[in-house]
Design a protein around this ligand. Structure first.
Ligand code: GCU
Length: 589
């Protein structure tokens, strides 16, 4: 750091102003189990300031020093409580026209009152802040979270006062060393785009709770894993009244697990049976509605609860025209209902973790899910800190959704070139996913080797299920090659065609040769479906994509900054011809 000379002024001369905020990582290790807990919402109208030059961090506005040591008032460049208001949760891009394309820091702040009710520990939970958050409470820096799509927790026990000021610097700047990197095919939203909540806990509480069928146990044994904080010795108790189950779980050194004989009715998309599981430890209790099912890959076959499974899916981004990333519960239910109407039993949630509500609602409605971390395209695979970021987002996603029956696949990325550094990076991610969660399958959306016309991605050896993106008929004109790829490939694992599709401007009609017409998209779907439907190793598909979505890469007059490969228009008001073709195909399976 530059020597502080006589005329050195930190907030204008310190080029390394971010240094104080690099530690206090809020990550997988600071998560707590929040399922079924009482939470106090801090959503609502917050004040905000567009801080393009990061002056809040440079000049430490959050310290709220309004007077010099002699008590004389000093000039301020901020006035938190007279700033404009913005809704939390929301994306600032849709809050005001002037912010639509804004990328950088925005300072969010609100006050709240707190009176203890005898709790011993207090945490704040952020459902998602795009894409990096620094959190301050009562003038102190509490920590930083990277990744716009996974939840994080901040302990505030020591900092809380009767009157509190919470301040969050959200930054959505794209960076080549981040996850995702600076180049994607989706819109770069920013903001506190999921819920903010306060959670009160006793001295000893449950930090982590996992429950699932033991794979290969003939659906007759349930494993429970518990981590606690506070008193590290004792006994927890799991109860599932509808199974007549009440089992002790010995806790030693803060951890415990148990395998319990049980014969639950199995969960499936057709019969999404859920049970209320209650876990108690000393004065603490968490609840979760869980489904028991087993997903397995045997040779080229996928099996759900021992039965052969074909995944009839569709891809979706997490977006709506009105709310960007901050989908309402109604919008999520509408999307899932559309997928069911399309005849889907499965959804690929591209290309980053969607709201936890999607998995909870899919548990209830009966849909299987592919969930993915945004290791997308040209990630900085040689950068150890980039790997740590990716692995942490994967670990946070797995911890968040570990009790969701609907989630069957963890995807470690999408369309990455098969280089040595990418192989090291993503095979490590795949191993980490298996280590953290042996009850689910690991996959990735890989690319075809178009020169050799086969599935040749080395990452396949570390995957349970091979995802393949191919666009024959659209980016690749020669459709005849699609069948040859599978003739040339001898996959020993199940293959899911994780993407195929074509543009279609809603309502634009023409010949099958008119690129961008609904007839052209329909013809490509028909050829794809007739080809893929006859290939035994293809055990599922998720065409790209349910509805059109914003993308800064799409500037053709028919696109107007939208990727228009949807089966519906972006506002879902218009169904394109290919929607019915896919629905007929799924009904025929
Ligand atoms: C790619 C990518 C998508 C992208 C799509 C397209 O395969 O995975 O994120 O939007 O193709 O080109 O439309």
């Amino acid at each position: 750091m530059a020597q502080e000379t006589g005329n050195y002024i930190p907030y204008i001369h310190d080029r390394d102003y971010n240094r104080p905020y690099l530690d206090k990582r809020l990550d997988r290790s600071t998560m707590i189990c929040d399922s079924g807990r009482e939470k106090e919402s801090l959503n609502g109208w917050w004040r905000f300031g567009v801080d393009q030059y990061d002056t809040c961090l440079r000049a430490r506005w959050y310290e709220e020093r309004a007077a010099d040591p002699s008590g004389r008032a000093i000039p301020l460049d901020y006035s938190f409580d007279s700033w404009e208001q913005i809704a939390v949760p929301s994306c600032w891009n849709l809050h005001a026209e002037r912010l639509f394309w804004y990328e950088g820091s925005v300072v969010y702040t609100r006050t709240f009152r707190y009176v203890s009710r005898g709790e011993k520990r207090v945490f704040l939970r952020f459902g998602g802040v795009g894409s990096e958050a620094k959190v301050f409470l009562n003038r102190r820096y509490l920590g930083k979270h990277r990744g716009g799509s996974t939840p994080f927790f901040v302990e505030v026990t020591a900092e809380l006062e009767a009157d509190n000021r919470l301040l969050v610097v959200a930054n959505n700047s794209r960076r080549s060393d981040a996850v995702p990197c600076e180049n994607t095919d989706w819109f770069n939203y920013g903001g506190i785009h999921r819920d903010v909540e306060l959670i009160r806990l006793p001295e000893s509480f449950i930090r982590s709770f996992g429950i699932a069928l033991v794979p290969g146990s003939a659906f007759a044994r349930i494993r429970v894993d518990v981590e606690v904080e506070g008193r590290s010795e004792g006994s927890a108790e799991l109860s599932i009244l509808e199974l007549g189950l009440r089992a002790p779980i010995l806790i030693r050194e803060g951890r415990g697990s148990a395998v319990i004989e049980a014969a639950p009715e199995l969960w499936s998309p057709e019969r999404p049976r859920l049970y209320e599981a209650i876990l108690r430890y000393r004065d603490d209790e968490v609840r979760d509605r869980v489904g028991f099912r087993e997903i397995a890959a045997e040779g080229q076959q996928l099996r759900l609860n021992g039965e052969p499974l074909f995944l009839k899916g569709i891809c979706t981004h997490e977006e709506s025209v009105a709310n960007g990333r901050s989908l309402t519960e109604e919008e999520i239910v509408a999307n899932l209902t559309l997928a069911k109407e399309l005849g889907c039993n499965y959804l690929r949630l591209a290309h980053y973790p969607h709201s936890e509500r999607v998995a909870r609602l899919s548990d209830e409605l009966g849909l299987l899910l592919w969930e993915e971390v945004p290791v997308y395209w040209a990630i900085d695979f040689d950068n150890p800190d980039t790997y740590a970021n990716a692995e942490n987002q994967l670990a946070e996603l797995i911890e968040r959704d570990r009790n969701r029956a609907s989630v069957i696949l963890w995807s470690v990325g999408n369309e990455n070139a098969d280089t040595d550094s990418r192989f090291r990076f993503m095979s490590s991610l795949a191993r980490k996913a298996k280590e953290l969660d042996p009850t689910r399958l690991v996959t990735a959306a890989c690319l075809i080797d178009h020169a050799e016309l086969r599935i040749a991605d080395r990452l396949v050896e570390h995957l349970d299920v091979i995802g393949v993106n191919e666009y024959y008929g659209w980016y690749e004109p020669d459709f005849a090659k699609l069948g040859r790829i599978f003739e040339n490939s001898t996959p020993t694992k199940p293959v899911i065609v994780s993407e195929f599709g074509a543009d279609a401007r809603p309502g634009f009609h023409g010949t099958v040769d008119d690129l961008g017409s609904e007839e052209c998209q329909l013809a490509i779907y028909r050829k794809q479906l007739s080809t893929l439907g006859s290939i035994p190793s293809v055990r599922g598909m998720s065409p790209w994509i349910l509805y059109d979505f914003r993308s800064p890469r799409r500037l053709h007059e028919t696109q107007n900054y939208y990727n228009i490969k949807g089966l519906l228009s972006a506002d879902k008001g218009h169904r394109k011809l290919a929607f019915d073709a896919l629905r007929e195909f799924y009904r025929s399976r």
